[in-house]
Design a protein around this ligand. Structure first.
Ligand SMILES: Cc1ncc(COP(=O)(O)O)c(C=O)c1O
Length: 408
């Protein structure tokens, strides 16, 4: 089975439509394609039959998208009490929600437990706290098996330097703590990082997890995390999701063949679900030539899409309308008072004119979700495109939304 896993925005947002949406909703705005989002969910379900796929909502928690994802029969992976609350408000049942928070407070553990979500815990002291609070509750343990990967060191979430997970050496003590409080260890979890393209690496980590799980009776959930890579640069290849699915499913079948009580595979993809379903659309405000560079200044920047500044990430871009001038080395920059406020660097393309639109592709994951108010600027509107229709699914913030202080 070949699963198409990359799709460009031109199929749903060309020059005419982006101009119409910019006119209607102003700029900048995030635009999302319902069709691409649904396709991603279906591709995952087809590739991993029988698995519980829990979308990592940290990638994009827009409620309209969450409701569509729920409609596609995915659950959610959450990292905060408010993510759990929002998931519930968007109709996810408690059993469809897993919480994999990092260093949770007691209040957060209480809120998550009250909501009925499954909890992945990854520190001995957290197990003590949870056990004292909720004797007899089911829990899942997050492990760090020292196999990590990802597109940037900041997003590698396993390995010797990672804050995440219990080490295999801590596992006996973790189980002893669980036993003391009657906690039932029904799951094992790991997430090796984000933006992983190497199937072999991901499988190595899964094998290590299964080996440990084989020695623990009562394991019902093998939560192998997310991290499926999505190509951003033209030379990057989409992962073969079919191969990924076949290999993982075969491993689960072999694992379950040895057990009377069968375990279910759980996956937590975030980026894969939403990345290619989203774009950021901004307007060119200033074209400025210095001795060495052509700066194209736009009305969006690192406060809306921090990935280029934070991870030196490369995003596909285009300007509308298409200009026909000689290509030059263009630097696309925003309005923030930082030299790192960059959206794209050194792109050979015809220089746009002030008033043109910029479209930034692959912006659906970790785009709006990581946006800030830095420099006292509003987060943009979000628009969902479904077939011929488009609707605003979150309004641009106002001055009052952003300031929210008592003394003005
Ligand atoms: C525990 C956990 N699960 C899932 C994910 C989702 O990763 P991705 O968006 O790369 O699939 C993350 C991302 O950081 C995570 O920390």
């Amino acid at each position: 089975m070949t699963v198409v896993t990359n799709e460009t925005w031109e199929s749903w947002l060309g020059p005419r439509r982006s101009a119409r949406l910019a006119e209607r909703y102003g700029t900048p705005f995030y635009g999302y394609s319902a069709r691409v989002l649904r396709n991603r969910c279906r591709a995952l379900r087809r590739a991993f039959p029988g698995a519980l796929i829990q979308y990592a909502m940290k990638a994009n928690s827009n409620p309209a998208l969450l409701r569509m994802i729920r409609g596609q029969k995915l659950g959610v992976d959450t990292v905060s009490a408010w993510e759990v609350q929002l998931a519930r408000e968007c109709g996810f049942r408690p059993r469809a929600i897993v919480y994999s928070g990092s260093n949770p407070s007691v209040e957060e553990l209480r809120a998550v437990h009250r909501a009925g979500a499954m909890v992945n815990l990854d520190a001995l002291s957290a197990l003590h706290r949870y056990g004292k609070l909720f004797r007899g509750a089911p829990v899942s343990l997050r492990l760090n098996l020292e196999i990590g990967g990802g597109h940037h060191p900041h997003v590698v979430t396993a390995g010797p330097d990672s804050k995440f997970g219990l080490s295999p050496e801590e596992l006996p003590e973790a189980r002893a703590i669980a036993a003391r409080y009657g906690l039932k260890v029904i799951g094992l979890h790991q997430h090796i990082g984000s933006g992983v393209f190497e199937l072999a690496l991901w499988l190595e980590a899964m094998d290590a997890l299964l080996e440990i799980a084989a020695a623990i009776p009562g394991i019902e959930r093998i939560d192998a995390g997310g991290g499926f890579g999505v190509p951003y640069r033209p030379e990057e290849q989409a992962i073969e999701l079919g191969d990924w699915g076949r290999a993982v499913t075969a491993r689960m079948a072999a694992f379950n063949a040895q057990r009377t009580k069968k375990a279910r595979l759980v996956l937590e993809p975030g980026r894969f679900v939403v990345c290619e379903a989203g774009v950021l659309v901004a307007r060119v405000t200033t074209v400025k030539r210095t001795r060495d560079r052509v700066f194209v200044g736009v009305d969006s920047g690192m406060h809306h899409l921090i990935r280029p500044a934070l991870y030196q990430s490369w995003h596909p871009i285009d300007f509308y309308p298409h200009r026909t001038g000689t290509p030059e080395r263009v630097f696309v920059v925003g309005p923030i008072c930082e030299s790192g406020d960059v959206i794209a660097e050194e792109r050979m393309m015809p220089v746009p004119e002030e008033g043109d639109l910029l479209v930034v592709g692959n912006a659906g994951a970790y785009g709006y979700a990581m946006a800030s108010h830095y420099n006292l600027r509003a987060r943009p509107a979000e628009v969902l495109v479904d077939g011929d229709r488009a609707r605003e699914v979150r309004k641009r913030e106002t001055y009052r939304d952003v300031v929210r202080a008592r003394d003005v």
